[in-house]
Design a protein around this ligand. Sequence first.
Ligand code: GLN
Length: 481
Amino acid sequence: MRDETLTEQIKGIREKKYSSFELTEFLLDRIKDKTELNCFISINDNILEEAKAADKELERGSDKPLLGIPIAHKDIFCEHETKTTAGSKMLENFVAPYDATVVSNLKKAGAISLGKTNMDEFAMGSSNETSFFGPVKNPWDESRVPGGSSGGSAAAVSARLCSAATGTDTGGSIRQPASFCGITGLKPTYGRVSRWGMIAYASSLDQAGPMALTAEDCAIMLKEMSGHDKKDSTSAQVEVDDYRALLSRPLGKLKVGVFEPLMKELDSDTSLVMEKTIEELEKIGMTFTEIDLPNFSYAIPAYYVIAPAECSANLSRYDGVRFGYRCDEPSDLKELYQRSRTEGLGKEVKNRIMAGTFALTSGYYDAFYRKAQQVRRLIKNDFVEAFKKVDVIIAPATPSTAFRLGEKAGDPKEMYLQDVYTTSSNLAGLPALSMPAGFVNNLPVGVQLIGNYFDEAQILAIAHQFQSITDWHLTSPDIPT
Ligand code: GLN
């Protein structure tokens, strides 16, 4: 059970190698052994009961695809009668009255919830250091960050505390931590997965996705997470593919787009990882073509106007009246609002609310928010043009490997530059995944595949076929490279 993937765990339970109860007990013990990683904000107290119930269901012949599999959820997903904090003091004691659609879909598939994973506060960050519940440590080197904001989910999968977890990605929060922790993570097309019950950061960019060891495991998870949901008007009415069944299909001579300027910025070791990945992909029949993304360099500035603007609107609901934290003994209503927000929200979140409110202020709206939306459209158009020539785009996932805890915490600009390769696909709404592709100084490096709209099946198949000829994705932090 030590290093098993989700696919292997599904088989293990079905073939009665072990029960869901035994698997769950085993994982709970490992979580206790690894508390120093700080991956979890809470653990589901009922999980052993739920595992027993799943074992009984199996006896009765149930064929639910994820029956009895313990899955961890980023603590941004509401779960019925479960604390849902979004990594914030503001929601430290908030108990969700319902399940997010992602949570209920996975439950319907038979999964049981292991617990809620640590994250940057309200998903704002790239290192998990803005969490009210303290930073998560990277299992490959505990003096380093796991990435963020889905850092708890990434570290938990990487340390084999669970085989799969949910994450969310607004500007890179699935792919960057997946890259830092040596796992596979997929941000689906905007609208593929329902956002209902997922605490909102920037609603036009937020998207939930799977984080697991392999592309095959992400394919299994994505199928169960996805689908139209009438409770989320932005969720797409596009049929969900059987991603797993499509993994091994012949890909033919797929054309992969390379945007050269991105490659030039990499250090020599990471460049080498990219080159080797390209060589491996050539072996499975891909051909490479240069593409042009003329507005790519504007992705970070546009993102850091649009995301804060939307966050300033979304977070206005945390006012001390309706949700979460309320300050002690306010003298009047104004003080109640002011002190509840001052005391309940962390520094980075407050910075973003201020910047976003400014960008939306009349007089500045045209210069900032409207301009950023126009740039966003240009970025999207560049991708639409590129996808007329190529089937998929390859790019680095992150500018470096995992950095040290505290190294960038004092410099927001440095931190924002972490997202240089990831935000453009959120702005365009495209699916993208990060897959483990090598190591630099014993730290994992991810490579990103960006797909066309609703073509998750394609990038998952490429990643799967790459993983069938490489084993980076199976190297675990306890077994040094
Ligand atoms: N690091 C980016 C930010 O801080 C992305 C976060 C995310 O994708 N949730 O906004």
